[in-house]
Design a protein around this ligand. Sequence first.
Ligand code: FES
Length: 117
Amino acid sequence: MDDLVVGTPRQLDYMQGMEDGWMATKVHKAVWAVKQSDGEVTVLSPLCTHLGCGYAWDAQETKFKCPCHGSVYDVSGNVLAGPAPRRLDVLPSKIEEGRLYIIYKEFRAGLRNAVEI
Ligand code: FES
């Protein structure tokens, strides 16, 4: 995680194995990682808290923006504008031997408090 720049979010992609009965598939997922000035890394759920759309980092305006209904978040995930009812959800994570480990979770959209699905 040494290549993360403080205050500049980076989308990290990964494949998650899923099993449903006899069927095993892989699903492409992504999260946003933000390195803090103290070296800690905050990992944000990729889903807007309004209705669950994917959002993106606008490097020029230094804000996360959701294209669906216009929610805007700061680099820490706090709501700046739009209908989002709460900040972006933070995923549990840790760094060990230079590798970032994440527990991927999803939360109900549209609620003021984060309720895990
Ligand atoms: S889903 Fe993001 S603003 Fe509505």
